[in-house]
Design a protein around this ligand. Structure first.
Ligand code: SAM
Ligand code: ZN
Length: 266
């Protein structure tokens, strides 16, 4: 993928073990193979995004195969639409979905996440792809360089996504529905007060192509119960009583419920 310098917007080239622009801004390619392209002023905290513990929990959970139906649905949607070309997975996490999709489509993949721990983990396992620590709000990617931009359980920034997608390129998002993980929520919260969500957003500059619901049940046991909690935003909201109730559970059957939306860039 053609990358741009996050400081001046000029093209980046690989020079030995770094990426550099004509204005001599230079970014090291880390030993694990990822590149840190997040300027300090874009960070709202010292380590933005998911923490090392969350990333490790997500890796263990996803490697258990529990969410493979989501990876399969994303792949099927891309294949049905005949999508080929450069894939950019925004909020890529530890890389599971992006790598799955790239393998199925036989296309090159770049994964971007604001969490350094996430891209470090992704680069350690999926070495064939490009992994960048950067913000979705300022993607270090040339205008029109992307054929398929994916965002799974992460952010949607239509203006920036429109800029990096080529005309006729696709944006595929997966959003958690209101009844996603109701079993888990029923254990950890006394009352369920979910705000209504807009699961079919209108995005300026994009035309909706298809919407589908992905819903399936799965059972986790042992440490996978805690891994499931740790990879959700509930890990920040849970109180001590809810946490104690979940610790008593050695087995949990739950339902994943998500919406997949595919858009074409105008
Ligand atoms: C719920 S996780 C989903 C990760 C992955 N897509 C998956 O489904 O396994 C959300 C991810 O979005 C990343 N993220 C949040 N805000 C972001 C931003 N502004 N730019 C890039 N990544 C962001 C987080 O660091 C985290 O890895
Ligand atoms: Zn530069």
């Amino acid at each position: 993928m053609e990358l741009l310098c996050p400081l001046c917007g000029e093209p980046l080239e690989t020079i030995e073990k770094s990426l550099a622009c004509p204005n001599r801004h230079s970014f090291d390619i880390a030993r694990q193979g990822y590149v840190h392209l997040l300027p300090v002023q874009s960070k709202h905290s010292r380590s933005p995004g998911d923490t090392r513990e969350q990333v490790a929990s997500r890796r263990r959970f996803l490697e258990g195969g529990f969410y493979e139906p989501i990876a399969k649905a994303v792949t099927r949607a891309a294949l049905d639409a005949g999508i080929q070309g450069e894939i950019l997975d925004v909020g890529c996490g530890e890389g599971y979905y992006g790598a799955y999709l790239a393998r199925a489509l036989g296309c090159p993949l770049t994964g971007v996440d604001i969490s350094k721990e996430a891209v470090r983990c992704a680069a350690g396992k999926y070495k064939a792809h490009q992994w960048l620590c950067a913000s979705a709000a300022h993607l270090p990617v040339k205008d029109g360089a992307v054929s398929l931009l994916t965002s799974l359980f992460s952010v949607t920034l239509p203006g920036e996504f429109h800029r990096v997608l080529r005309p006729g390129g696709y944006f595929l998002q997966v959003l958690a529905a209101e009844d996603h993980l109701l079993g888990l929520k029923g254990i950890i919260y006394d009352r369920l007060t979910e705000k209504p969500k807009d699961l079919s957003p209108e995005l300026p500059g994009f035309t909706p192509v298809k919407t589908e619901t992905i819903r399936f049940s799965f059972t986790v046991e042992g440490e996978q119960v805690q891994n499931l909690l740790s990879m959700t935003p509930h890990v920040y909201r849970i109180g001590p009583e809810g946490a104690a109730r979940l610790r008593e559970r050695s087995r949990l059957t739950d339902t994943a419920s998500c919406v997949l939306n595919l858009f074409r860039r105008d």
